[in-house]
Design a protein around this ligand. Structure first.
Ligand code: GEK
Length: 244
């Protein structure tokens, strides 16, 4: 795994982009930057085994290098399914395609995966029994989030499952300050310097826009999801499951 040194070398003046440099160090970046990331990937595999129905589609929206896609693929035990992995960044989809091709060579009887370079806001979702938005919605403009959630709901079958993982902001300002502080301590323990942490924070300003857990649950309910629950929280990172 190549070590993420991006903000050791760069200032945070330019907005953060999902470019080739980021794609190269991405597994290390997520491992050291998102508390609970490995747990969300593991749960996605278990949830796929429970919720994916025969002859349906599964979507990994903002798939990056396809970690959630591979977890779904391992978990799915039904036949006739297809996984659609979508990301807007070419640097991500190119690498994702070769990671999936390598996985294709490891064993037979695998659910086919289509890796597509596209904007998830333009995607037609259909016949879906499982949809994953693992730390992706936070990068969309606020005005586009409701419409995306409705299009996901409309493309899902009854009983289908959505996994929505996000960085969140706390409603209570004092608790928000504490959670951010704990998060930065966590990053320092993972060998990011204070300078790297503050540069990355500046670069993500207006690029990653977090909302409250309440806002996410309201959006899910407004889109039509019958049940929602936070199944994981680690500082200011949450993962929510919603059932249509
Ligand atoms: C994982 N889910 O490893 N359309 C398509 N892709 C987009 C869009 C969009 N409108 N906006 C952002 N992205 C992955 C991790 S990373 C999370 C997801 C992070 C893509 C963007 O190109 C990037 O690859 C991904 O969403 C977010 O489970 O970096 O914190």
């Amino acid at each position: 795994m190549t070590t993420d040194k991006i903000y050791d070398q760069m200032t945070g003046e330019q907005p953060f982009r999902f470019n080739e440099e980021v794609a190269k160090v991405f597994p290390d970046m997520l491992k050291r930057s998102i508390p609970g990331y490995a747990a969300t990937i593991e749960a996605i595999g278990s949830l796929a085994a429970r919720y994916v129905q025969p002859a349906t589609n599964c979507y990994d929206l903002g798939c990056s290098l396809g970690a959630a896609t591979l977890a779904m693929r391992q978990g799915i035990d039904k036949s006739g399914c297809r996984i659609v992995a979508v990301d807007a960044a070419a640097a991500m989809t190119e690498r994702c395609k070769s990671i999936i091709a390598e996985d294709d060579r490891q064993a037979d009887r695998k659910t086919p995966v289509d890796v597509i370079e596209d904007d998830i806001r333009k995607l037609k979702i259909e016949n879906a029994s499982m949809v994953v938005l693992n730390y992706t919605l936070q990068f969309l403009a606020m005005d586009d989030r409701d419409a995306l959630m409705r299009s996901i709901y409309d493309g899902m079958n009854d009983g289908g499952l959505l996994v929505l993982s996000e960085k969140v902001v706390d409603e209570n300002a004092a608790m928000e300050e504490l959670l951010i502080d704990l998060y930065h301590e966590h990053k320092r323990r993972n060998n990011y310097s204070q300078l790297e942490i503050s540069r990355k924070r500046a670069a993500l300003e207006n690029v990653l826009i977090p909302e409250t857990v309440r806002a996410h649950r309201e959006r899910l309910a407004n889109a039509g999801f019958r049940h929602t629950a936070v199944w994981l929280r680690y500082f200011n990172f949450v993962s929510i499951i919603a059932i249509r």
